[in-house]
Design a protein around this ligand. Structure first.
Ligand code: NAD
Length: 489
């Protein structure tokens, strides 16, 4: 527990419950540190089970008492109002996001703009939650209606804390649900800052949307097991996702899971390397590799391996790694000391079982010593069953594998328990079609990577998830389907 004498200049974030800012019953707070400098940037509430119970009751009450679930025009207005408020605060929010998470300021702006775009898309979509009607027998009509599920718990991760919260919050609200958000304990600041804008917006009924901060293992688990929460939308680690599924079984609540990945970029001999190299480089080094769809494996046709590896090495070595607040930064620090230790451990394995082409070490000296900086890393010559090739590292580490035929490329691409995304680089349309059909992943990009849109569905095959986020399917995840049947006399 922290000392009671708080530094007055450091913001203290509260839970937002029943339309009010309140303190946790635990009287404990979480310290947030800037990953680039180690400085204390905020305190947030270390909520306990009593807080969870109170929040769930408040959201259930607002869901039953307000017109939210039956007023799509109000939901449209509310989401647009939030989009407008975020647009006005874009620069402030981007700075807070960088200090909270460590990512570069350019990436933070992109993330906040992604939130705004998502809110606008789902504002419109709120007015398109249509059903169907059908004649079933003489004198018998069926009407299929889409209804909100009820109260939804959203548990989000620390790597894209603004967008991954909004990516679920926007469709959950657009569909007419009440929502409780629990952000990751490493990055509560940006989430609560966005909730400050929700609190100022006129169109949200009091209490329909809440945020509580605190440990996943206690309050996240209490949400997942609660009988008064009808759905959990979880984005995070695959092993946590498995526990959420088990916990959700307590009341057969709906569970939507967006989990980990180990995505390949497959580079054929006819690829346009001038275009491919910077995109592949960015796909793994963006967010210092802490992104679910990171292109963390590059599979290269053996005839062009030397050229691709040497150009990727050059790309990695040219990146400026520094405090993300600097406009010149290409890559910031890792989010925490723990994440740094994990990445170091994988590089140790890579060193023993393969050949480090570049990087593989923590950056030290000067300002680097205050934060969690790691060099962009490429590792070659790894056996295909090596943990570096198989497991999600969640750091700036790219593994290299080679293939000699299309069949081998496909086999390697699918040789993984994850199936989130993939990139295919070729000028041959037939090859591109075949690969995109046969790679087991929720998104396959051809001659590009990391292109995401609120209207295009995203999600995982295999152990990368359950259900889809974004797009109309993403909206439908937050709806129940009801058949209402009329028989005429
Ligand atoms: P994590 O699973 O450790 O934590 C995610 C959230 O779950 C946090 O809010 C955490 O507090 C909470 N939590 C932890 N234990 C819990 C429990 N027992 N019960 C309930 N909640 C619990 O994941 P992370 O380290 O924050 O995020 C990194 C992971 O997220 C990576 O595996 C990454 O690939 C994945 N991810 C997936 C997507 C996607 O869209 N598929 C997007 C971003 C991140």
């Amino acid at each position: 527990m922290m000392s009671i004498s708080l530094n007055q200049k450091i913001p203290v974030y509260y839970n937002f419950v029943g339309g009010e800012w309140i303190e946790t019953k635990s009287n404990e707070r979480i310290e947030s540190l800037n990953p680039a400098t180690g400085e204390l940037i905020s305190y947030s509430q270390k909520s306990n089970i009593k807080d969870v119970t109170e929040t769930i009751d408040a959201v259930n009450h607002a869901f039953l008492q307000s017109d939210w679930s039956v007023n799509p025009k109000r939901r449209y207005d509310a989401l647009l109002e939030l989009a407008q408020k975020m647009t006005e605060k874009l620069e402030d929010l981007a700075r807070i996001l960088t200090m909270d998470q460590g990512k570069t300021i350019r990436e933070s702006r992109m993330e906040i703009m992604g939130c705004i775009d998502t809110l606008k898309y789902f504002a419109g979509a709120a007015r398109t939650v249509f059903g169907r009607s059908m004649q079933l027998e003489p004198n018998n009509f069926g009407v299929i209606v889409k209804e909100p599920i009820g109260v939804v718990g959203i548990i989000s991760p620390w790597n894209w804390p603004a967008l991954l919260m909004i990516r679920e919050l926007a469709p959950a609200l657009a569909a007419g649900n009440g929502v409780i958000v629990k952000p990751a304990s490493l990055t509560p600041s940006i989430s609560v800052e966005i909730f400050k804008l929700i609190a100022e917006a006129d169109q949200f009924p009091k209490g329909i949307v809440s945020i509580i901060t605190g440990p996943g293992s206690s309050i996240g688990a209490a949400m997942a097991t609660s009988e008064k929460i009808d759905m959990i939308s979880f984005t995070g680690d695959t092993s946590t996702g498995k526990s959420i599924m088990e916990m959700g079984a307590s009341n057969i609540k709906k569970v939507a899971l967006e989990l980990g990945g180990k995505s390949p970029n497959v580079v054929f001999q006819d690829a346009n390397l001038d275009k491919a190299i910077p995109v592949i480089g960015q796909s793994i080094f963006i967010s210092a590799g802490q992104i679910c769809m990171a292109g963390s494996r590059v599979l290269i046709h053996e005839s062009i391996k030397e050229e691709v590896v040497s150009r990727l090495k050059q790309y990695a070595e040219n990146l400026r790694v520094e405090n993300g607040l600097l406009e010149t930064a290409d890559m910031g620090p890792l989010v925490s000391q723990n994440q740094l230790n994990i990445v170091e451990e994988y590089c140790q394995i890579g060193r023993q079982e393969g050949n480090i082409i570049t990087g593989g070490y923590r950056l030290t000296g000067g300002d680097f010593d205050k934060g969690h900086y790691f060099a962009p890393t490429i590792i070659d010559d790894l056996p295909s069953d090596c943990r570096v090739v198989k497991e999600e590292i969640f750091g700036p580490v790219l593994s290299v594998q080679t293939f000699s035929s299309d069949e081998e490329a496909l086999k390697l691409a699918n040789d993984n328990s994850f199936g989130l995304s993939a990139g295919v680089w070729t000028a041959n349309l037939n090859r591109a079609m075949k690969m995109s059909k046969e790679i087991k992943a929720g998104t396959v990009w051809i001659n590009t990577y990391n292109k995401n849109f609120p209207e295009a569905e995203f999600g995982g095959y295999k152990q990368s998830g359950l259900g889809r986020t974004r797009g109309i399917e993403g909206l439908m995840e937050y709806c129940e389907t009801k058949h209402i049947h009329f028989e005429m006399e």
